[in-house]
Design a protein around this ligand. Structure first.
Ligand SMILES: *Cc1c(COP(=O)(O)O)cnc(C)c1O
Length: 423
């Protein structure tokens, strides 16, 4: 399966690629609406068919019938760690290093606070006050640092770099922490986790990776890269459902020193001892805070289960084939239109979504959605298309580009389209 090597001249060529696709059967495991080409799985993954049965089970049997007994009998209490262990191999983590809990924003807060605390409690790094990230990072990541450091009021400051190349000079002996998103939500640019982690460590800094747009989309080796902490979403490429709880990874070597300020009873060494004082549990469960939304949490499992029948290398292979094809078709079939590729072309520098700018990007995306081709819009002027190898077909890529070409050729969009609250 090498679509870049062969020239794709027709929809039939795409159908051939779909027939040869070793991941093709996985699409049958998803419930996808008729007549829709879904290119937004990087924002909200599609629904695994098994989610409906699991929802019925957790609501009817576990909650409806067994009631409070389910904390033990249905394994509710253990669920954050059991699901964390299912996710671990997808991100290069070991067993008992990941829990599924809270939101990505909240897990970032915990990881950043714990990392700053680790640095502050060592004489060699206690004076470091700079947190380095990219200006183009997902806004919540920046806002969480702003909120935490303003509240700490200890002189911490953010250093926002304008390109990844600047990291080499921006990270220095004043740096307490580097916080980066592995795949940029807007451009789709992929950072070199191992090289940048080494850069941070060489200067004595710690590093937190946000895997929101990479977990489930490409192979990740957190331990091999010697990363310090990581967080990410389960509702994007992991297909856990809208607002499903996120994950946090703390490697074994940092767990004993991991202290975050949200010390709730689920992170206690003996939650049901009902002690009047907090003692953190020794392992990864110290990253938990309080009671989890069990119905949402249960929905994470069907999504994770789908990865057991494939490998992240196979997922990545198809992801690159899909994105290569999309870029090639847009550039050849829509070449008379002012579309500009924002996403890096090099495989080593891109995730699983592709972004183009267009002067009427928002209106064009609305017109595409009107035809059942679902991508999304991100400021400023960017059309974003996500490719989920588990269910996106090569003929979807062809049909999406044909839809785009037709809309542009016929100017079948309204430039004054009103903005929805969620773009
Ligand atoms: C999607 C995304 C988030 C979302 O955070 P929530 O707390 O789930 O709203 C955070 N960071 C990045 C980089 C993202 O892509």
């Amino acid at each position: 399966m090498k679509p870049t090597a062969m020239h794709i001249a027709s929809r039939n060529d795409c159908l051939t690629l779909d027939q040869q696709d070793p991941l093709a059967a996985l699409r049958q495991e998803f419930s996808l609406p008729e007549g829709v080409i879904y290119l937004d799985g990087n924002s909200l993954g599609a629904m695994p068919k098994a989610s409906l049965t699991r929802a019925q089970q957790v609501i009817q049997a576990e909650w409806g019938k067994d009631l409070i007994k389910s904390w033990n009998t249905a394994g509710w209490f253990d669920l954050p760690s059991r699901l964390g262990n299912l996710l671990a191999p997808l991100i290069g983590a070991e067993t008992d290093e990941v829990v599924i809990t809270d939101s990505t924003s909240i897990n970032l807060f915990k990881a950043i606070a714990a990392a700053l605390h680790m640095q502050a409690s060592q004489a060699a790094t206690a004076q470091r006050k700079v947190i380095v990230t990219e200006r183009s990072n997902f806004p919540t990541d920046i806002y969480v640092v702003e909120g935490l450091t303003r509240w700490l009021d200890q002189g911490y400051r953010l250093h926002l770099v304008d390109s990844a190349e600047e990291l080499a000079t921006a990270i220095n002996t004043d740096t307490a922490l580097v916080m980066l998103t592995h795949v940029n939500y807007r451009s789709g640019a992929l950072l070199d986790m191992e090289a940048i982690t080494a850069l941070a460590h060489n200067q004595g800094a710690l590093i937190v990776w946000d895997l929101a747009h990479s977990a489930g989309a490409l192979p990740i080796q957190l331990n091999q890269a010697k990363a310090d902490f990581a967080v990410g979403c389960t509702y994007k490429y992991l297909n856990g459902g809208p607002g499903s709880p996120a994950f946090i990874w703390v490697p074994k070597r940092h767990q004993a020193a991991f202290h975050h300020p949200l010390s709730g009873w689920w992170g206690h060494a003996a939650p049901f001892a009902m002690d009047a004082s907090f003692t953190a549990t020794p392992g990864i469960r110290r990253a938990l805070c309080g009671t989890q939304p069990m119905v949402s949490l249960a929905m994470v499992e069907p999504g994770l289960n789908l990865f057991t029948s494939t490998s992240m290398d196979a997922v990545r292979h198809k992801s690159l084939a899909l994105t290569d094809l999309f870029i090639e078709l847009v550039e050849s079939r829509c070449q008379s239109h002012p579309l500009q590729l924002v996403t890096p072309r090099a495989h080593a520098q891109r995730g699983s979504h592709v972004s183009f700018t267009h002067p009427h990007a928002y209106a064009v995306i609305q017109a595409l959605i009107g035809r059942g081709i679902i991508g999304d819009y991100r400021e400023p002027g960017i059309m974003r298309f996500g490719f989920t190898p588990l269910y996106t077909q090569f003929c979807d890529v062809w049909d999406a580009v044909e839809g785009l070409r037709d809309i542009l050729d016929n100017e079948a969009y309204s430039p004054d389209a009103e903005r929805h609250a969620v773009t």
